[in-house]
Write a protein that binds this ligand. Structure first.
Ligand code: ADP
Ligand code: MG
Length: 248
């Protein structure tokens, strides 16, 4: 039987007193890639921020289960240590912290072991080369002065270097040119293995070109209204989200 990585059970979430997620269920097994589609404002970012434990989002009922354990009330750093990773829709600029330092510190915090500096640097150089990032970026302030595309590539670099068990990409491909989308897509392919999982939110299904998609879900008004296989992406691309409604 497939081994469950993430299980969301009847999740209800509010922000600023308003209910955004209205009874959401989702299971991601090891080795699977799930794609989440949905119109703007449906609650996609709310879902993934809640999975990471963002304090702005309040779970009023339901559960987030990771590797069989209820993590609904755990802090974000604890979730990261357990192997959850979120690539942000709008990555923050952090002056004074270099890309390399940030990655090394994050890796040490997640594994809670001393980082082997030389091996880490070698892996970083190789991964940056694969993502066609100039090695000088390792010394630059995190995201400071990075173009939109560079910020997104840097998110993929983090995913590859931190080796999470479940990586969540929130529109990592939006605003990228065709070459950058291809690199991000190849990064996703490189990350994927039989033990980990991926949840991808996207409007640009080109990112999925090289990826073996297990399931596709459509999120509308705080609920998953359709799930299916890859064919659902083509259906949405043709017909849009009109006519897909949440049950009240
Ligand atoms: P999506 O990512 O699907 O475009 P979001 O999850 O960002 O949608 O937003 C869903 C709805 O929740 C939107 O109407 C948005 O304005 C609202 N929302 C999101 N975050 C907050 C917040 N922190 N406070 C109040 N409303 C929020
Ligand atoms: Mg969003």
């Amino acid at each position: 039987m497939a081994e469950k990585l993430l299980e969301i059970r009847d999740l209800h979430v509010t922000a600023s007193g308003r209910e955004i997620l209205k009874g959401l269920n989702l299971t991601v097994n090891k080795g699977e890639v799930h794609v989440l589609l949905g119109p703007n404002g449906a609650g996609k970012s709310t879902l993934v921020n809640t999975i990471m434990g963002h304090p702005q989002y309040k779970v009023t009922s339901g559960q987030v289960i990771f590797e069989g354990e209820d993590i609904t009330d755990t802090k974000t750093d604890e979730r990261a240590r357990r192997g959850l990773f979120l690539s942000f829709q709008s990555p923050e600029e952090i002056p004074g912290v270099s890309v390399e330092n940030f990655l090394r510190t994050s890796y040490g915090a997640i594994t809670q072991k001393p980082v082997k500096i030389f091996a880490f640097k070698k892996e970083l150089e190789a991964t940056m080369a694969e993502l066609k990032m100039d090695e000088s970026y390792a010394e630059r302030g995190l995201n400071v002065g990075f173009s939109g595309g560079e910020k997104k590539k840097n998110e993929i670099l983090q995913m590859l270097m931190l080796h999470p068990k479940l990586a969540i990409l929130d529109e990592t491909d939006s605003g990228l040119d065709v070459d950058a989308v291809k690199i991000v897509s190849q990064g996703v392919e490189k990350y994927k293995n039989a033990e980990n999982g991926l949840l991808i939110i996207t409007h640009n299904t080109k990112i999925l070109e090289f990826v073996d998609v297990s399931s596709v879900h459509v999120l509308v008004d705080g609920q998953i209204v359709r799930s299916g296989d890859r064919a659902l992406i083509d259906e949405i691309n043709t017909s849009g989200f009109t006519g897909l409604k949440a049950a009240v």
